[in-house]
Design a protein around this ligand. Structure first.
Ligand SMILES: *Cc1c(COP(=O)(O)O)cnc(C)c1O
Length: 364
């Protein structure tokens, strides 16, 4: 059986370090906002090149708190993509703002910046790009656009930890970068976890309060906040894995290269790299002819595959009531995309087996 992601091997490789760290944390009994959380925050901001990094309970919370800390609220429009996980748009709805979905580029599946520009109105407050599947959006162009039009820029980096544009990390361009440490992400913990980066001291202070009941000083509550803290045990896991993230991302890239080579000159359309930055291949997402047949065949062969995302957000029931323009590129890609297994530990022979099974299904 080849899974989409194999977390067991990575744990075996880091078991000694992780077990020891967790053991120490348990002995210490400083469970909430303890030394590992602050150490991880400072190691992460160092790695990402931002002034501040604030841990929180999930990637969804990271987006929610980032929008709140930047003052996005009722009456505001936030331009984003419909070809993403629901959390991107949920966060916009949580703060009472309206998600405005624009179409994507047919090759990278990232938000189309020409269409972003056309969608700006007097109510637009922020742009929320997603670095989808690990490929960065052109942040040089988008940052310039946001500066020019006086808009906030909040980056969804849930799938792009460690990817750069022109030598600078995704998540360091915007007013905030929002990260998820869900176990299957490129940098994942062993439960839920998230983080927000920023270069603004004022925003960082607000985020620190928002994640901890609106409090700067214990039992003094200045604003309504939340219980959304990264937990100490997860911080231990993240500190161990952060040391290896470049290696993990490099190995993912190698896997993608082997797939590209083996699938060249077939009917399968391999992921397009536009080279505005470096792709960290959170997913290896193809456009697959005869998708149903291929999925069925892979399943019979004990090989996992998945459709990210089968129903774009503008067609979800929850948004359909108020928002129903058609997004032809998004809808077309959603009907044809198929993600194949990718993770740092995936072996060369397994990749060959997967590709052979795909080609068998396509009679190639
Ligand atoms: C995973 C993910 C999120 C949400 O992260 P959670 O930690 O699961 O809350 C948000 N946006 C995107 C694009 C994601 O892939």
């Amino acid at each position: 059986m080849i899974p989409m992601v194999d977390l067991k091997q990575q744990y075996q490789d880091l078991k000694h370090e992780i077990d020891q760290g967790i053991d120490e944390a348990l002995t210490n009994c400083h469970f909430i906002l303890g030394p590992n959380v602050s150490a991880f925050e400072s190691e992460a901001k160092e790695y990402l090149g931002t002034d501040f990094a604030i841990g929180c309970a999930s990637g969804t919370d990271a987006l929610h708190l980032a929008l709140l800390a930047n003052g996005v609220g009722p009456g505001d429009e936030v331009i984003t993509t419909a070809f993403t996980f629901i959390a991107t748009a949920e966060a916009i709805a949580y703060v009472g703002a309206t998600p405005v979905f624009v179409d994507i580029c047919p090759d990278t599946f990232n938000i189309d910046l020409d269409l972003v520009e056309q969608a700006i109105t007097s109510a637009t407050k922020a742009i929320l790009p997603v670095h989808l599947f690990g490929q960065p959006v052109d942040m040089i162009r988008l940052q310039a656009l946001c500066e020019d039009r006086g808009l906030l820029l909040i980056e969804d980096c849930a799938q792009s930890f460690g990817s750069k544009v022109k030598g600078k990390m995704t998540g360091s361009y915007g007013d905030c970068g929002c990260y998820s440490f869900f176990p299957s992400k490129n940098l994942g913990c062993y439960g839920d976890g998230g983080m927000i980066t920023t270069n603004s001291e004022q925003v960082a202070e607000r985020l620190n309060m928002l994640r901890n009941h609106g409090s700067k000083e214990r039992y003094h509550h200045d604003i309504i906040g939340f219980n959304s803290r990264l937990d100490e045990i997860q911080a231990v896991v993240l500190r161990a894995k952060l040391n290896h993230i470049d290696n993990y991302n490099h190995k993912r890239y190698k896997v993608a290269q082997q797939y590209n080579l083996l699938l060249a000159k077939t009917k399968v359309i391999t992921p397009h790299e536009d080279k505005v930055g470096n792709h960290v291949f959170h997913q290896y997402t193809t456009l697959m002819p005869n998708r149903e047949k291929v999925m069925q065949h892979l399943q019979q062969q004990g090989i996992s595959c998945a459709v990210y995302y089968p129903i774009p957000l503008h067609q979800q029931k929850v948004f359909g009531g108020t928002y129903t323009p058609s997004l032809p590129v998004t809808e077309d890609i959603a009907s044809r995309c198929l993600s194949l297994p990718i993770y740092p530990e995936l072996e060369s022979q397994q990749i060959e087996r997967i590709v052979n099974a795909v080609l068998e299904a396509l009679d190639e």
